[in-house]
Write a protein that binds this ligand. Structure first.
Ligand SMILES: [Fe+2]
Length: 381
């Protein structure tokens, strides 16, 4: 066996309707001024933000709770800067990300910058890692997908440069993740499918990653099997509470894989796609997946067949069968399996703004792979 390093520094509380109990259990971390970074709207309408604020205010060492809710679906640098200003002004000690991946990512960006003199651009563009002044982050995800609650990355869109860029570093792992599937039960159909497909993507890409370990591969297989069963169940009945709970669970598991094995080319290529078209992360991944599989198959046939077979729950062999099965799965979630709906004139801009480590994915050996996947995604039906 190869040596392995597995790093899971986040304390995890998982269950249905456990968030209030969990807040009580982590009272020792909750002190001073606390900022809730949230996407708002639906959570506010359902009363969850007011409830969370109230629960936090009841903690003995908490002085004040501030809410920052200017967070888009693809969190923007301008929004991060406003959040940081508010955090500095309010002398924030702890940041809570409450919402989808965008709220948690923005909470991490606020935490990384607030306690230091560095510019946020130094983290985004100069590869600087968040240091000692980073504030503790508590993640409370309300969607089942991004895994941000257990990852060390914050993905931010630079609204001027039209680029999705990341801040990464060990100090960005949330100190606590409260994963309560009750929050996901009010997520509408498309968002459920988009975030659910993100779980599938994390499982497949972390499996084929050159950084994968026996541990992360085992997790990928389990997550893929469950997602392959639960997402179609949710597509048929959004009120399936057990399926909601299982998706939250595997989403959380894949958060661990993000921190330990990372992702592959679809994630690298989705970031410019999202920045240029303002489409969601899961939507873009689905649109890129059949095209990516076609190339991945050439470099990693056994893994691709293995993964598609687990997802489908039956043996799938051969390149076209793998692509077809993946396309069918995507269609069953009412997601796109190509980029046909997107304006092609942005292709070159998207190619030019792909960032991150492409070498994590075996298909990166293919010459001009970025262009080839985008172009094939426009052709694929
Ligand atoms: Fe993702």
């Amino acid at each position: 066996m190869k040596p392995e390093q597995i790093y899971i520094p986040t304390a995890i509380y998982f269950g249905r309707d456990i968030w209030q109990e969990s807040i009580k259990e982590i009272e020792n971390i909750l002190r001073g001024n606390v900022m809730i970074v949230t996407t708002g709207r639906t959570l506010a309408r359902l009363g969850y933000i007011a409830d969370l604020k109230k629960n936090l205010e009841e903690c003995q060492k908490v002085k004040r709770v501030v809410i920052y809710d200017k967070v888009s679906a693809n969190p923007r640098l301008s929004e991060a800067k406003q959040g940081i200003e508010a955090a500095i002004e309010n002398k924030i000690d702890v940041v809570i990300g409450f919402g989808g991946g965008s709220a948690i990512d923005l909470a991490k960006a606020v935490a990384a910058r607030t306690g230091t003199k560095a510019l946020i651009e130094e983290y985004l563009y100069d590869g600087m890692e968040p240091g000692e002044g980073t504030l503790p982050v508590i993640a409370i995800p309300t969607t089942a997908g991004t895994g941000s609650e257990l990852s060390k990355a914050a993905i931010i869109t630079d609204d001027i440069k039209k680029m999705k860029v990341g801040i990464r570093g060990k100090r960005l792992f949330p100190q606590v993740a409260i994963v309560d599937s009750i929050f996901t039960e009010s997520v509408p159909f498309h968002r459920t499918m988009e975030t659910g497909f993100d779980v599938v993507a994390h499982a497949m890409e972390s499996y084929i990653s050159v950084a994968a370990s026996q541990y992360t591969r085992m997790q990928s297989e389990y997550a893929l099997k469950l997602a392959g069963q639960m997402l179609p169940r949710l597509a048929a009945n959004l009120g399936d509470i057990e399926a909601r709970s299982q998706m939250s669970y595997v989403s959380m598991m894949m958060g661990i894989n993000l921190g330990n094995a990372s992702t592959g080319l679809p994630h690298r290529l989705q970031y410019p796609l999202g920045a240029y078209t303002d489409t969601s992360h899961g939507w873009g991944l689905a649109a890129l997946y059949p095209a990516w599989l076609a190339y991945e198959y050439e470099y990693n046939r056994e893994s691709v067949e293995h993964l598609v077979s687990i997802l489908a729950g039956r043996i799938i062999q051969g390149k076209q069968n793998c692509i077809h099965t993946m396309g069918q799965f995507i269609a069953s979630l009412k997601l796109p399996s190509s980029l046909k709906a997107v304006d092609r004139t942005m292709l070159q801009d998207m190619i030019d703004t792909v960032t991150g480590n492409l070498l994590n994915d075996p298909a990166s050996q293919e010459p001009d792979i970025v262009r080839k996947i985008y172009e094939k995604a426009w052709e694929e039906t």
